[in-house]
Design a protein around this ligand. Sequence first.
Ligand SMILES: [Zn+2]
Ligand SMILES: [Zn+2]
Length: 61
Amino acid sequence: MDPVMCLECYGDGFIITCCDDLCQSESGCIHGDGEEICCECDGEGYIYPPADPIDEALERM
Ligand SMILES: [Zn+2]
Ligand SMILES: [Zn+2]
């Protein structure tokens, strides 16, 4: 299964937590401390979709 882009951070791996509008519209915080590691993908920028339970059952047969 291919990794898919994280929709929480849109592939950046971090989310802007700064309250400055300028930073919200850019790809990073210009102040340097208004960014937080994305909790959805742990900073990877992409996530692996959960394995299909049906496929897993077939592999065990
Ligand atoms: Zn993310
Ligand atoms: Zn900022």
